[in-house]
Design a binder for this molecule. Structure first.
Ligand code: FAD
Length: 467
């Protein structure tokens, strides 16, 4: 057991919290979306929360933690869905929310500290020069830019720009290593893949440089169809329209809009109506409405036409993982999947899954640009019954050419490509020789011989010890 009284002493001058209730609160994220993770991670808690305000304080904290052999799990706002920011072996939660300065804004790029909330970052770049991030998660109002880079993948705007892993969507990351004498490294270009979506397992991000796009007063639109597949085909058609500028296209199946979007319910005609949620640039709205008419879509809602938007959430807060959240608020028995429907026959693949599962897996798609081509990924809801049935549903997707990014696993590999990321592993060997950063999240580090093809779940041994 580490000597936390001594560690606190050595961190004098840096904000440290050891009240168990508050520490537990900062040891959680949105892992409870998954009934599996809820069970597995329920008891996870750290020993201390350390909240540095500067790069120097981060370096000091890592140095002390290294000397004591204490794990450090970084945290932004704790909105991750897979227990990413949960300290599986206890130790220190490094809360970065107070490193929240926007440092510089230039044409096409911004430099900021990792703890700035994404909506605030966008607010400042808009006010400065009419610019905004290329894309953001639907949690923009709460999530941090550092947490997004380390734990997220894409979001609102990915229809044009793809995801965080696409070269050019992050310009530079400044990272502190977990060594006796922590180093500060500036990573660019291919090197960014060492730490992007690595859950903070191989370095603490202390500065980000992100590209910007022109900001618009995006118009929120809901287009209704009586058949979900018509909403999907409409989304696909709009996604392929060259001249109409949209930032978000999300077809969502009935009865989700009627049953779980209370503020938009007055605009939905009946329970069987599916919708396509969109954000349209104001200068594209005439072309958009003309095209929608031709596609026989009914415009149910336009944010520029309602009397007041007071109390009505942003359209993007109906989409991405907010769809799941809204359903869960009403019915705790829901969970969800993350599915890819590789093109060019993505619409046919969606249709096949809809036919197989019907209302057991209500559809929700997000159109994104993937390697330059338009396709859709999905975050369908699942009416959860048993673990076995959930596994079966995922397997049926895979068997039909729809890969699953499993949101019911806390490791990088099982949630992703089910293989070792050799670049991230090699970087961890360099930056975290004692394996103290966010333990239990990288199987390749803990168990290099783990056989992904055997279909077994990885259980981090340290988890039982911590629980
Ligand atoms: P946290 O959850 O605190 O951390 C995420 C990961 O990054 C953790 O592994 C943490 O250890 C690590 N980390 C945090 N800060 C640092 C740092 N400075 N250095 C190194 N590692 C660090 N995700 C998407 O990609 N797109 C979406 O549209 C989206 N929608 C969501 C909707 C809802 C309702 C919810 C609950 C989640 C959603 N997510 C989405 C997941 C999550 O909100 C995002 O990934 C978000 O950007 C995470 O930011 P955060 O500040 O909360 O990070």
């Amino acid at each position: 057991m580490a000597d936390y009284a001594k560690i606190k002493q050595e961190l004098e001058g840096i904000a440290v919290e050891d009240n168990p209730a508050l520490v537990r609160q900062k040891s959680r994220d949105f892992y409870w979306y998954s009934p599996i993770l809820k069970e597995e991670l329920e008891n996870v808690t750290a020993d201390l929360v350390v909240s540095p305000k500067t790069e120097d304080e981060v370096i000091r904290t890592l140095k002390v933690a290294y000397a004591h052999g204490v794990p450090v799990t970084p945290r932004g706002a704790g909105t991750g869905n897979y227990g990413q920011a949960m300290p599986l072996s206890g130790g220190i939660v490094l809360n970065l929310i107070n490193m929240n300065r926007v440092k510089e804004i230039h044409p096409g790029r911004v430099i900021a500290e990792p703890g700035v909330v994404i909506a605030e970052l966008d607010r400042q770049t808009r006010a400065h020069s009419g610019q905004e991030l290329r894309f953001h998660p639907s949690t923009a109002q709460t999530a941090t830019i550092g947490g997004f880079v380390a734990g997220g993948s894409g979001g609102v705007g990915s229809i044009h720009w793809g995801g965080l892993r696409d070269l050019g969507n992050i310009l530079r990351l400044r990272v502190v290593t977990m060594e006796a004498e922590p180093r500060v490294l500036d990573l660019t270009a291919w090197d960014l893949q060492k730490v992007t979506h690595a859950y903070g397992t191989n370095g603490i991000i202390v500065e980000v440089e992100m590209p910007l796009a022109p900001a618009y007063d995006w118009v929120d639109v809901l287009v209704g169809y009586d058949d979900f597949m018509d909403a999907v085909r409409f989304g696909d058609a709009i996604a392929h329209k060259n001249g109409i500028l949209v930032k978000e296209i999300a077809p969502i199946a009935a009865p989700i809009p009627h049953d779980y979007f209370p503020r938009h319910k007055p605009f939905i005609r009946h329970r069987g109506q599916s919708v396509c949620v969109l954000m349209v640039a104001p200068h594209s709205i005439d072309a958009f409405t003309a095209f929608t008419e031709r596609q026989k879509g009914e415009i149910l809602f336009r944010s520029d036409k309602v009397e007041s938007m007071k109390g009505i959430p942003h359209a993007y807060e109906l989409a991405w993982n907010h769809t799941t959240l809204r359903a869960l608020k009403v019915d705790a028995n829901f969970t969800y999947l993350q599915v890819q429907y590789p093109g060019p026959d993505h619409v046919a693949k969606v249709e096949k899954m809809v036919k197989i599962f019907g209302d057991e897996v209500p559809g929700h798609l997000e159109f994104i640009r993937f390697d330059g081509r338009m396709q859709c990924s999905g975050l369908p809801l699942v009416r959860y019954t048993t673990r076995e049935r959930l596994e079966e549903i995922m397997q049926i997707h895979r068997d039909n050419g729809c890969p699953i990014f499993n949101p019911h696993r806390y490791t990088l590999e099982e949630g992703g490509m089910k293989q070792t990321d050799v670049v991230q592993l090699a970087f961890k060997k360099e930056t975290d020789p004692k394996g103290l950063l966010n333990p239990g999240k990288m199987i390749a580090w803990d168990n290099p011989d783990f056989d992904f093809s055997a279909g077994k779940n990885y259980l981090f041994p340290g988890l039982a010890a911590a629980g």
